[in-house]
Design a protein around this ligand. Structure first.
Ligand code: SAH
Ligand code: SF4
Ligand code: F3S
Length: 494
C-alpha cells in the first residue's frame, strides 16, 4: 500500500467540486442542514471536524437528526458493540428517504475498511448513498458531487494511505478553546487483537513545520488547549527520513506562547523515551498526565498481544514518571479475557494495577475482531469468566481512582475551565494539569476583569461562558468516586 502526500494542486478537483456543490445547494433556495454522528476515538472526532468544516464551506448548516439533508455516520470498528450501534441507528433513516429527495446518507470511518461491513450495507441498507473509508476524508466533495443525480449506491474504498496537511482542508473545531491536532496517522504495531492497523493504514507522520505553523495559528486565534493525536505518538517521525522526534515536537509545542495546556495521546509504552518524561516535568504548559496503555500485566499475554514490552519495562517507565512528576497522574487501557488468559495471567494484571496505582483506567472486555491475528487463536476465554474477571478488575481500579481523587483534597490546583457543569447550575467544570475532573463554585461577589460576578444573581447564569478556556486556581474541598469538588480562589489569566 502506497503512502501519498497530497498537495494543494492534487486537491484542485476537490476544491472545484466544493464550488459546484455550493452552487447546486444554493440553487435549491432553502436552507440545507447536516447532521454528523461520530463514534469512536478522538481521531474520528478530528476527522468529523474536517467533514463538518467542508460541509459548512459548501454552505450547509448545522442541523439535527430530524431536519438534516446530509447525514454522516463516522464509524468505529474497535469493538463489536461499536459496530452494533451503527446498524441500529441507520434503520431510522429508511422512511425519511421517501420524504426528502435531497436526503443523502453517508457512512464513513473505520468500519468501512472491513469488507463484511461494506457488504452488509450493500445488501441490507441500499438506501445508504455513499460509503468511503477514513483515509479519504478530503474527498467528501468529490463523492457528494458524484452521487447527486445518480441512483446507485456509491462505494469508494481506497487502496492508498494519504497525508493531507490540515491547512489544505477546512476544519470546524467542536470546542472554542480546545483543538485536536493529529500529528500522525495510521499504525504499524499490529497488536494481535487490534483492528486499527487495518482500518487506518500504515503509520505516517505529518510534516514538523506544518504542525508547528498550525499550532501557532491556533494560539493566535485564542485556543488554550491542544491535544496532539496519534495511535502511537512516541514513534512520530520514525522511519520517514525525518530528523525530528516526538520529543522535539513536544518541546516546540510547549514553547509556543498562548497555550495553557498541551496534551497528547496515545503513548505506546515501548516507544516512550525518558526524554519525553523529562520534558513533561520541565514545561508548565504540558499536562502532568500520562496515558500509558498496559493492556495486560502478564508477560506471556503481552507477548501474545505483540506489545513489545515486558511487565518490568513497563513498570520502569511508570515509576520513572511517578518519580519525576509525583503530582502527576497515569491512566491506562486494560483488556480482560484476551485469548488464553488464565487466572494466573489475570492476577498479574491485578498486581500491575496494585503496583502502578492508576489514577484512572479504561477497561475493556476482549472483543474478537475478524481479520486480526488473535481472532483465530483457539483458546478464547468463556464469556462468563471474562465478565467475572472484569468485575474484579473494576472493583480494584475504582478504589485507586477514589484514592487518587482523595489525594487532591486540601490542595490548590490549577484548573482549565471547560464551562458550566452539565448537571448543576452555577457550577463550573474543568480539569487539573493532571487531568482530574473538577466541579467547583465561584465565591459570592467574585470579580472578573473588574466586573462583579455573583453566583446568586440570576443574571450571572450567563457567566459560565466568560470563564471558558481560562486558567484558575481552585481549592479542592471534597472528593467523589469520579471527580473532585472545590471553590475557585483566583483567575490566573483573566
Ligand atoms: N493506539 C492505542 C490504542 C487505541 S485503541 C494504544 O496502542 O494504546 C484503544 C483501546 O481499545 C486499546 O488500548 C485497547 O485497550 C482497546 N482495544 C483495542 N482492540 C480491542 C479489542 N479487540 N477488544 C477489546 N479492547 C480493545
Ligand atoms: Fe491498535 Fe496496538 Fe496500534 Fe494501538 S498500537 S492502535 S492497540 S495496533
Ligand atoms: Fe475506532 Fe478507528 Fe478510532 S476503530 S477507536 S475510530 S481509529
Amino acid at each position: 500500500m502506497a503512502i501519498v502526500n497530497v498537495s494543494k494542486q492534487d486537491l484542485a478537483s476537490v476544491y472545484s467540486a466544493k464550488e459546484q456543490l455550493r452552487n447546486y445547494y444554493s440553487g435549491l433556495k432553502r436552507p440545507i442542514y447536516y447532521y454528523v454522528h461520530t463514534y469512536g476515538c478522538q481521531l474520528n472526532e478530528s476527522d468529523s471536524e474536517k467533514l463538518i468544516g467542508t460541509l459548512e464551506d459548501i454552505g450547509i448548516r448545522e442541523g439535527n437528526e430530524d431536519n438534516a439533508d446530509i447525514v454522516i455516520f463516522n464509524t468505529c470498528a474497535i469493538r463489536e458493540n461499536a459496530e452494533d450501534r451503527l446498524f441500529g441507528n441507520l434503520g431510522v433513516f429508511k422512511a425519511r428517504k421517501r420524504e426528502n429527495k435531497e436526503l443523502m446518507i453517508i457512512v464513513c470511518g473505520c468500519m468501512m475498511k472491513v469488507k463484511e461491513n461494506v457488504d452488509r450495507i450493500k445488501s441490507s441498507f441500499p438506501y445508504v448513498d455513499i460509503v468511503f473509508d477514513p483515509q479519504q476524508i478530503h474527498n467528501l466533495p468529490l463523492l457528494m458531487l458524484d452521487k447527486i443525480g445518480r441512483r446507485k449506491q456509491l462505494i469508494d474504498i481506497s487502496e492508498e494511505d494519504f497525508i493531507v496537511e490540515d491547512n489544505l482542508l477546512s476544519v470546524k473545531r467542536a470546542r472554542k478553546f480546545r483543538a485536536l491536532v493529529p500529528i500522525m496517522y495510521g499504525c504499524n504495531n499490529f497488536c494481535t487483537y487490534c483492528i486499527v492497523p487495518y482500518t487506518r493504514g500504515r503509520e505516517r507522520s505529518r510534516d514538523f513545520n506544518e504542525i508547528i505553523d498550525e499550532l501557532k495559528l491556533l494560539a493566535e486565534n485564542g485556543y488554550k488547549e491542544v491535544m496532539l493525536l496519534g495511535q502511537n505518538v512516541n514513534s512520530y517521525g520514525k522511519g520517514d527520513n525525518f530528523d525530528k522526534s516526538f520529543a522535539d515536537l513536544l518541546r516546540a509545542a510547549a514553547e509556543i506562547e498562548g497555550f495553557s495546556r498541551v496534551r497528547f495521546m496515545t503513548s505506546h509504552p515501548r516507544d516512550l523515551s525518558d526524554e519525553v518524561i523529562d520534558i513533561m516535568s520541565e514545561y508548565k504548559t504540558l499536562e502532568t498526565h500520562l496515558h500509558l496503555p498496559v493492556q495486560s500485566g502478564s508477560d506471556r499475554i503481552l507477548k501474545e498481544m505483540n506489545r513489545h514490552y515486558t511487565r518490568e519495562q513497563y513498570l520502569r517507565t511508570a515509576l520513572k514518571f511517578r518519580e519525576k512528576l509525583p503530582e502527576g497522574s497515569i491512566s491506562t487501557d486494560i483488556i480482560v479475557g484476551f485469548p488464553g488468559e488464565t487466572e494466573e495471567d489475570f492476577k498479574d494484571t491485578l498486581s500491575m494495577v496494585n503496583e502502578v496505582k492508576y489514577d484512572s483506567a479504561f477497561t475493556f472486555q476482549y472483543s474478537i475482531r475478524p481479520g486480526t491475528k488473535a481472532a483465530n487463536y483457539p483458546n478464547q476465554v468463556p464469556k462468563e469468566v471474562v465478565t467475572e474477571r472484569f468485575g474484579r478488575l473494576l472493583e480494584l481500579q475504582n478504589d485507586f481512582v477514589n484514592k487518587s481523587n482523595q489525594s487532591k483534597v486540601g490542595l490548590v490546583e490549577e484548573v482549565l475551565i471547560e464551562g458550566e457543569s452539565s448537571t448543576a447550575k452555577d457550577i463550573l467544570t474543568g480539569r487539573t494539569r493532571s487531568n482530574h475532573l473538577v466541579n467547583f463554585t465561584i465565591p459570592e461577589d467574585f470579580k472578573l476583569n473588574g466586573k462583579l460576578i455573583s453566583p446568586s444573581n440570576p443574571a450571572s447564569a450567563c457567566c459560565a461562558s466568560q470563564f471558558e478556556g481560562k486558567l484558575c486556581n481552585v481549592r479542592i474541598t471534597h472528593s467523589r468516586p469520579y471527580s473532585i469538588d472545590g471553590v475557585m480562589e483566583s483567575i490566573i489569566d483573566g
